[in-house]
Design a protein around this ligand. Structure first.
Ligand code: SF4
Length: 269
């Protein structure tokens, strides 16, 4: 992806101590402060990783829905391989729906839990057809208000807020709905954009409420992508590299961590 291609870690000190997330000050900011912090974070990370970020997918919405379901708790390269194999074996979604389930399972074997995902995919394809009253590629979601489009998708089995947002944003619909993955969620929590007990599902509404309502799909996509990149490349789960982080000055988790290391060194020295 564009932002990933030229990003190089700046040569700053890496603080490598493993710590637990600190609840300190994560919920102390009021809404206007968190909105301002979200925009500041966006600007810093866009400078770091490069915006606009090129969209990585050009799938129609139904294909994006299937792709998102295959990617659940699966490495990108494995879910990509599962998707490609499925498309090669069954050229149309109607064929996937009507195929023997064990053949669908075999086609998606590179992803996790193919034995659960195969019947789930077929169930979803049947329900989409029933609810649309016939062949349906989900293009009609372009004409619904975003909350209604998400609610429609989330009535499907196994579809939550991350998948519904991914279908609207990543597919050719290109609508401004923001998914929150585990990297995005972790960075937002450590910065104090959301509280320490807010889970990934609940974070979708809270983090979306921090963004300007008139942001277009590219801006929403950039925001999600740069937070995700940051979680992948700097704000690691176990040993975040706070010493080279461009967000350190406003990150309570990073400040506590860096100062904790300094205090430890002073106590020893
Ligand atoms: S300072 Fe940066 S790397 Fe460290 S916890 Fe905060 S956001 Fe993550």
């Amino acid at each position: 992806m564009l932002g990933m291609a030229f990003w190089q870690p700046p040569p700053r000190v890496c603080v490598g101590k493993r710590v637990k997330p600190s609840p300190a000050s994560a919920t102390e900011l009021d809404l206007p402060e968190r909105r301002e912090l979200a925009l500041w974070t966006h600007a810093r990370l866009c400078t770091e990783y490069g915006c606009p970020v090129a969209f990585f997918a050009t799938k129609d919405p139904l294909s994006e829905l299937i792709s998102s379901l295959l990617s659940h708790r699966t490495r990108n390269q494995d879910s990509h391989r599962a998707y490609q194999q499925l498309r090669a074996r069954f050229p149309t979604w109607d064929e996937v729906r009507d195929a023997p389930t064990n053949e669908v399972e075999a086609a998606i074997s590179p992803c996790t839990w193919p034995e659960q995902k195969a019947p789930r995919l077929q169930q979803i394809l049947r329900e989409v057809g029933q609810r649309c009253g016939g062949p349906c590629d989900l293009e009609f979601l372009a004409d619904l208000p975003i909350p209604e489009a998400r609610a429609w998708l989330e009535l499907l089995p196994g579809v939550g807020p991350k998948t519904s947002a991914a279908v609207l944003l990543f597919s050719t619909l290109r609508r401004p709905a923001m998914p929150v993955d585990s990297h995005h969620h972790r960075v937002a929590q450590r910065l104090g954009l959301i509280g320490p007990k807010v889970g990934e599902a609940a974070a979708h509404k809270q983090l979306a409420a921090l963004l300007p309502p008139d942001w277009d799909a590219q801006q929403v996509y950039d925001h999600h992508e740069v937070l995700m990149f940051h979680g992948q490349k700097c704000c690691y789960f176990h040993t975040p590299a706070c010493g080279r982080c461009p967000l350190l000055e406003r990150c309570p988790f990073g400040q506590a961590r860096v100062n904790g290391v300094k205090d430890e060194q002073e106590a020893k020295g």
